[in-house]
Design a protein around this ligand. Structure first.
Ligand code: LMR
Length: 328
């Protein structure tokens, strides 16, 4: 009788362990609004993963710097406090210098060029450039091409001289603004609105969806449509977490990410137009189109930045990007 009770207890315990095993939890933290390409992508990821692995994988999305800013999120990932994030490519400088290629001003003409580069061998190799630091790059997602905004209208680099600009954590972007004779200040994304509103900085650079969703345009007199650089993301995880996933889950997540990436990038291309238009329609700021001659002046002023970072990034990587950009 005793033996039977014991067997029942062991069976019950076994059954409970198998059926009530904790689901795999993926915390995905990011800093932007849910209506931007990254915000939309993170939510799509949650929806599709939970549909494909009901009860087995749970995804919690934390937007708007709710959990961490982009510096902290990378540390948190190695500690296992967060499993996924998608910081801007400009923010990986302390982990690899190669990704700085994406910050070089006027290297890519548009999102389509960037996408061709990301899909090339050089681009794909860069996804593994942080392996030694314990990170695995899973995908690239676009936000958009950047414009310059300020509390005055900027037509030529002369206009930006002496102004203070908020920048992301990137030495390339620092050099870019120094070339313009401006003072760059590295600030977390969550601090940008206040810094612009209170005059801690005079201006900044952003893609349209960030300027729109965070209302930066309401506290900037003018936005110059320069498309001078790219802002995009690497969806990243810790190598340890990724390797530790059951094979079927890892394969499933990879497939879902590949599908979502196509959709996020299409959405980003659409939002570049839509959010720009919403800002124009708001009449809260002036959006100025520059002439080719004016744009060339920005190009000339910023161009020396390429040479400065050529060694760190690798001449081969820059050359590949130039070729792909030309190859339309
Ligand atoms: C920024 O800090 O301006 C961007 O990296 C924010 C983002 O994630 O788009």
């Amino acid at each position: 009788m005793r033996l039977m009770t014991l067997s029942v207890a062991v069976f019950t315990l076994f059954f409970a362990t198998v059926t009530l095993a904790d689901p795999i939890k993926i915390k995905f933290a990011h800093v932007v609004a849910e209506t931007t390409p990254k915000g939309i992508g993170a939510l799509m990821f949650k929806e599709r993963v939970e549909k494909q692995f009901p009860g087995k994988v749970v995804v919690e999305v934390y937007p708007n710097s709710q959990l961490y800013d982009d510096d902290k999120v990378m540390e948190a990932m190695l500690l296992g406090d967060v499993q996924m994030a998608a910081p801007s490519l400009a923010k990986f400088g302390q982990y690899t210098k190669k990704l700085q290629v994406f910050d070089l001003p006027f290297l890519f003409d548009n999102l389509a060029s960037v996408e061709r580069f990301q899909a090339s061998k050089s681009g794909k190799d860069l996804l593994d450039s942080m392996q030694k630091k314990g990170y695995k790059g899973l995908a690239y997602w676009h936000n958009g091409m950047k414009h310059l905004s300020a509390n005055k209208c900027l037509r030529t680099p002369e206009d930006a001289k002496g102004l203070k600009f908020r920048i992301q954590q990137s030495d390339v972007l620092q050099a870019q603004f120094e070339q313009m004779g401006s003072s760059p200040q590295k600030l977390a994304f969550a601090e940008v609105y206040n810094a612009l509103q209170t005059g801690v900085v005079d201006g900044t650079e952003n893609p349209w969806s960030n300027t729109y969703s965070k209302k930066f345009y309401e506290v900037q007199k003018c936005i110059s449509d320069t498309d001078h650089g790219y802002l995009g993301y690497m969806v990243v995880t810790s190598s340890r977490f990724w390797k530790g996933l059951p094979d079927d889950v890892r394969a499933g997540l990879e497939k879902i990410l590949a599908e979502i990436t196509v959709e996020v990038n299409q959405k980003a291309t659409q939002l570049e137009k839509d959010d720009r238009q919403k800002i124009v329609d708001s009449k809260r700021t002036e959006v100025i189109k520059l002439t080719d001659a004016e744009l060339n002046k920005w190009r000339e002023v910023m161009k020396p930045v390429w040479k400065k970072f050529e060694k760190e990034i690798g001449e081969d990587v820059i050359k590949a990007a130039i070729e792909i950009n030309k190859a339309k």
